[in-house]
Design a protein around this ligand. Sequence first.
Ligand SMILES: Cc1cc2nc3c(=O)[nH]c(=O)nc-3n(C[C@H](O)[C@H](O)[C@H](O)COP(=O)(O)OP(=O)(O)OC[C@H]3O[C@@H](n4cnc5c(N)ncnc54)[C@H](O)[C@@H]3O)c2cc1C
Length: 434
Amino acid sequence: MRKIETVILGSGLAGLSAAYHLRGKEYVVIEKRKHPGGLCTTEKKDGFLFDQTGHWLHLSDKRTKELFELLFGNEFVEIIRKTYVFSHDTYTQYPFQSNTYGLPPDVIKECVLGFIKAYYEKDKSKASENFYEWCMAYLGEGISKHFMIPYNSKIYTVHPKEYASHWCDKYVPVPTLEQVIEGAVTSPQQKNIGYNATFKYPVENGIGELPKRLFDRCEKDKFMFGKYPVEIDTVNKIILLNDGETIKYSYLVSTIPLKDFLMLQKGGELKELAKRLKIASVSYFNTAIKKKPGHTGHWFYIPEEKFMPYRIGSFSNIYSNMAPEGMGSFYIEFTHQGEFESENIFRAESIKMMKDMKLIENEDDILFMDYRIIENGYVIYHKEYFEDMDEVSKWSVKNEILLAGRYGKWVYAAMEDAIIDGMNAASRILEVTK
Ligand SMILES: Cc1cc2nc3c(=O)[nH]c(=O)nc-3n(C[C@H](O)[C@H](O)[C@H](O)COP(=O)(O)OP(=O)(O)OC[C@H]3O[C@@H](n4cnc5c(N)ncnc54)[C@H](O)[C@@H]3O)c2cc1C
């Protein structure tokens, strides 16, 4: 049996970041795939670049900004976000709640009156019951009906009454009354609310360049690819791998999906809890077209049930290097739980939607549509989520396990969060081993 101070499970951004920040220490990274990067990788085909759907980098933390500068210097582009909602055959700016201008008058009226009613209702106590109640309490009936409920039902695959609301304070913007009214009566061209968010992106090779550059600075001989644990004895700190090797560790950083990680525990202390963890898978099409898209927006939220996808984005509109000169590309996303057997229906629905949105003129515009799936996409904050996570947290502290990353921690989080999680896990280990 090998003895190694730290074992890192997974080499997506969280695992890579932990490895990078532990340089010089004794550790191994165990990755089931043949390459690092996890969700943050880029495919190339016929001059087109496709990330695993949109992967646009927002940086707000000083440490990640410094790391990014070290990796990229000035080899990145900074892009101003240009996003829309498509409903009632109309493009409105995102976020929907403060940009209803252009929708049918009765829809605008419902949204504004609903917001005013919610605004003056001081009792918000029901908001913590579930996400549906949160939307009704803070955004009102009209905005909930025309965007929040249908859109979130699509992306999370369950009705907002079925999941908790505590996560949304950070991610769902609540506009002021003035913004809602201004957004209802002012043409989007005349204002810039929600228009100033920017993101960074590598000049070349897509977002996959980020983990590639991080990996290039890691100690590559400490990575084991094509390997995965089949059993983890957290009491005796022993991992059994798929090739029969056993490793005894002192510290364990897990960035692999929490549900899988808990199911691997010898003794199965938290297996019942693991069974409650739910996640939505994402099916998507890498789509290439012969012309430029019929709209210059970056990505479009699709709340209406009549369309199967929940979102379509255009790589080539966001950054022209993603497609050959004069051509265009999209990612089209649809979520579901578990396996997906309706690829052909999804393809036909996607083509219909692109035509209805006037993004393409007809099917002949399409060069190819390649189907892909992300098994673990969006964590669903099930009703017992916070109690369950509290239990997981106590258990992991007791067993000196550091959970990191979007799926390791089982949260809704971005690439920057994964990098920070890896940094924090490494700092903790450096602190206790110095
Ligand atoms: C559809 C979608 C769009 C997104 N868009 C954005 C965006 O625009 N901007 C943004 O900042 N973030 C975005 N994200 C989030 C971003 O992808 C993640 O936050 C980040 O990539 C997570 O990195 P990670 O290392 O935590 O997980 P992962 O990238 O999932 O890495 C986990 C690694 O563990 C490996 N692994 C899994 N199981 C095992 C096992 N049993 N044994 C060994 N290895 C294993 C995997 O192969 C993988 O390499 C998006 C996510 C999704 C799903």
